[in-house]
Design a protein around this ligand. Structure first.
Ligand code: AMP
Ligand code: TRP
Length: 333
């Protein structure tokens, strides 16, 4: 079975930026690559490289799992699981650290960025994070790994590690290829449209969360910053607010930017905002309903149990083989 592997970090609430930039892409890929099996996991071990509140983390893990399913991932070719429930991940992380050089880890831009932000308590795990990620991928001999541009460097290191191991032991790991979306919509803040829409923005009006009510969604869109020119066209530099709203419309309706411009060119900003609010509400309502069904259900736990069981089966086997290659433990009969 050919695998596609990806992990998502359980941090904070999920907004339409994450939905349009990442989750929807995943749902699309799953349909496109229907001969592959998707191993999608909640990367909770990665999340604790930075201190987290335990109850908050636990809540976020489940919310994220439910939200991914609610957004339309299908069961047929998917194993959804929680990373820490599959012990081979942390084991493999250690083994791969033995094949990773300090100099390589020191070059990782994400480490440099995060270390700068948390200069007081930079953990060793933040430093070795890419080896954990390499393990996540190599354990399943993933052929493809869908990630955002920011993870490209980690994936290159994963490939280097795989090649290094293969050079020493013969073809042991599949060398994975990244799948980076060509034009992932980058959704901007509704109040400050030159910055990315982000869950960490202190201003709640800057974003639409996936679980916001219809009323809140409409309010957020009505109060979104635009400009005073009152002519309807896409221009990211001079009309970032309106352009962002056009982008959201285009992504949700699955039509081009030009088609949105054409459709609303004779309409006031106010009327366009109402149409956009209708569209967002219409798209999010069924997701929200499904989410609420799932989050309270045994179904979600069953899906996660099944995912962990399948992932454990494959990863335990691979890890045991690697132990054996390395001469760890006793010779197996
Ligand atoms: P995060 O929730 O920030 O860890 O990001 C999870 C995924 O969603 C990553 O692939 C991001 O690139 C994507 N993402 C997050 N925020 C946005 C945004 N405002 N626009 C587009 N993509 C986003
Ligand atoms: N590091 C990734 C991120 O921050 C998440 C991740 C962990 C991942 N392990 C992975 C992504 C394996 C792809 C494959 O977004």
């Amino acid at each position: 079975m050919k695998h596609i592997v990806s992990g998502i970090q359980p941090t904070g609430s999920i907004n339409i930026g994450t939905y349009l930039g990442s989750i929807r892409n995943f749902v699309r890929l799953q349909r496109e690559y229907d001969e592959h099996h998707f191993m999608l996991f909640i990367a909770d071990l990665h999340a604790i490289t930075i201190p987290r509140d335990r109850l908050e983390l636990r809540k976020t893990i489940k919310e994220l799992a439910a939200m991914y399913l609610a957004c339309g991932l299908r069961q047929e070719n998917l194993s959804l699981f929680i990373q820490s429930e599959v012990p081979a991940h942390s084991h493999m992380s250690y083994l791969l650290q033995c094949f990773t050089y300090m100099g390589e880890l020191e070059r990782m831009t994400q480490f440099k960025d995060k270390a700068q932000k948390h200069e007081k308590g930079v953990t060793a795990s933040l430093f070795t994070y890419p080896a954990l990620m390499a393990g996540d991928i190599l354990l399943y001999d993933a052929e493809y790994v869908p990630v955002g541009e920011d993870q490209k460097q980690h994936l290159e290191l994963t490939r280097d590690i795989a090649i290094r191991v293969n050079n020493r032991f013969g073809e042991f790991f599949t060398v994975p290829k990244p799948l980076i979306p060509k034009v992932g919509a980058r959704i901007m803040s509704l109040t400050e449209p030159t910055a990315k829409m982000s869950k960490s923005d202190a201003n709640v009006k800057s974003r639409i969360n996936m679980l916001d009510t219809d009323d809140i969604i409409r309010k957020r869109i009505r109060s979104a910053v635009t400009d005073s020119e009152a002519s309807f066209y896409y221009d990211k530099t001079n009309k970032p607010g309106l352009s962002n709203l056009i982008t959201i419309y285009s992504a949700l309706a699955d039509i081009s930017i030009e088609a949105v411009e054409q459709k609303y060119k004779d309409v006031s900003y106010k009327d366009f905002k109402e149409a956009l609010a209708d569209l967002v509400i219409e798209n999010l309502r069924p997701i929200r309903q499904r989410y609420h069904e799932l989050i309270q259900s045994k179904e979600l736990d069953a899906i996660l149990d099944e995912g962990a069981a399948y992932a454990s089966k494959i990863s335990n086997k691979k890890a045991a083989k690697f132990n054996h290659k390395l001469g760890l433990g006793r010779k197996r009969k």
